[in-house]
Ligand binder design. Sequence first.
Ligand SMILES: [Zn+2]
Length: 606
Amino acid sequence: MARFDQGVIREIHARIDIGTFIGQYVSLKKRGTDLVGLCPFHGEKTPSFHVHPDRGFFKCFGCGVGGDVIAFVQKLENLPFPEAVRVLASKAGVELEAEDPRAARARSEREAIYEANQIAAAYFARMLRSHEGEAARAYCERRGFTAPTIEKFTLGYAPEGWSGLTDELRSSGVDLALAAKAGLVKPSQRGGYYDFYRNRLMVPTYATTGEVIAFGGRALDGSEPKYLNTSTTPVYTKGDHLYALNVARRAAQRDKTLVVVEGYLDCIALHQAGFENAVAALGTAFTEKQASELRKYAEFVYLCFDADAAGSNAATKAIDVASKVIEHTGSSVRIVMLPDGEDPDSFVRGRGPDAFRALLESAKPAVEYKLDQRMAALNAGFESPSALARKAEAIIRELTPREEWDRWRVYVAGRLKVNVDDLRNSRFLANAANFGPRANAAELGSRHAPVHRRPTAGTHLEPFSFEREVLSIVLEDPPLAREYGERIAPQRFRSELYRRAYEAIVAQADGLRATADVLAACAEDEEALEALTSLGARDRSSTVRYGDSEERRAHLDRIVERLQREDDEARYAELSRSIDEMFLAGQPVPRDLLEQFEAAKLKLKK
Ligand SMILES: [Zn+2]
């Protein structure tokens, strides 16, 4: 490895302002003499990444990484020290000393591949301008690519023959075995090498540090595959990089936004139309690695899918991957929906940049998009309103954070045309969802023993859920204790502490007017009192508040209903079990037992 003169490193430190430099990658806000932002090296929602411009170093108090500007580049771009120095030296205009021969021999394979790729990119670009490149130029013209665009993205042409690039590389002194490693040429049976890309429009992919790391070649004569891409090489791992991120990251500095499309030609079309923050996923399924790349440069990511792709698993998976890695505000990941039959290129060319901008503006947050998809599926089925509410509530709980449930309930209820309260309260009725149809007699005759849910009371309830609801309602509206003391019996409470509190309250229900009275009723039982007061405190900030007595009553009624239903289910399960046992034992089942069973089943269906 080349060793660098301390002078070079001093010069880099002197010429590069670490605040400005890191500011290109991370959104930083001034705090005192520090600059603070979200750490690019670990996932976080509150900033603990500090840059000290005066002292020339950065430090993350979340994950502990820190160092000077060279360490930052090493870490961010995953580069060894000498390469990070080289990148920074060239940015800062610092001359590196000419390599001595030994250092040249020791030059890394990566360096050599970058160089081979660079030579190839220049060769392809030259071929595009040559007479051989005529068909490729015509193709560019058909796609509407202008000369500045072709230059900006170093588009090129791989000619039809078998040896054009191979000859070029050889005459430039590139070791062809290495060029094969880079995916540029292939070894032939007879011992030589031949060009990997032939008669294709060539699109090089650059690392964010500026090196050519891969190529994509689009067939010009209808041959397969339509897109031929570099697979994994020592400098490129499929799925780790994004096309055009080297350009887009600069644009992303302005509004912290990147737009992800599927194909690199779509991406180029968007750049030409003024959307310089577009990147492409490079012909792979969107990966977590790519998502965290994006997260280094942008706070908001728009995923733009062709209409036909939107319903596909790949799109759904991309949304999940992006949400998982990037989501931090609830709307960091947005889904852009193109109209049927359009791709970004056709859309922006046909309807213009303003139409695409409008499309971006109307993009849905990923959560909303996912909810919509699931709602559409629900709406397509035949569900009773209560089943609809229950399923919708389950989806909300699955897809959104707890703090946002209420907000999404309003949204979803509106879409499904059901009552918001039905969603909120559906968990009390959720038991029915666990309740499959009873196994029929034929199955019972088989050798598999039927599976029973043992009908122990209350096993289906979330721990303590209704107890807390009842107690907080009574705290808020003490006279209700008398009204409901019998219908919701204290014996139903499974939390010993809450049961004691509720027993005491119900025992003195007659004299309860204010919250203070309720607390006084439990005064003798210190533990129960404490449980009750902490419940009150928590509920004031967290759980649902009820507008008036009517609402509270409605809520308690639903709890009563739910408890009744539990009893019914337990009864059903018990009868079911008795009958199954008789079947299995080969005993005749008494007629009245069967009748009771049918009645219990009927009750559950209501
Ligand atoms: Zn960190």
